[in-house]
Design a protein around this ligand. Sequence first.
Ligand SMILES: [Zn+2]
Length: 169
Amino acid sequence: MHGEVAGDQVRFRRPCPACGAAAVADGGQALIGGRLEWSIETDCPACGPVLACGRAGMPAELRRRLLAEGAHGPVRLELDGAVRPAVVMKVLRAELALDLAGARAALAELRAGRYTGTLAEVAYLVAAFGAVGAGARAVRARDCGSRHGVGERGAVAEGLSGGSGADRP
Ligand SMILES: [Zn+2]
């Protein structure tokens, strides 16, 4: 895996978006150069490969599948305890475009160890927290018994420090 890319992917069956024929699709989301990107490539027997991709507006179906069926599945965001709540709120509001109530709710989830997302989404926030000097890491949420770090800050944030704080998804 390339050092600047953190992401997950999933293969699933779906109708071709162009002609409706039964097809197999490869969907994914990744953090590339500090930006979140998603793609779905549908391999249609009639049309050939049909590609949909973008930055904003990831289809809800793809996100649901990544969390349920992706190799990484849901990933939990862990923050160092010493990070001040005001800093956490500022990063959450800036990076997720949350209002105050939304940021408070997210902060509570974080503090309770319940804040999860896709690997790329959490890696994005790990980089954002790293950019303001706050220690954060991505931890695999699916295996309750063994907590594997899937994106320790050094690995995920490597190469992202240059301007990642200024980029928005
Ligand atoms: Zn087709």
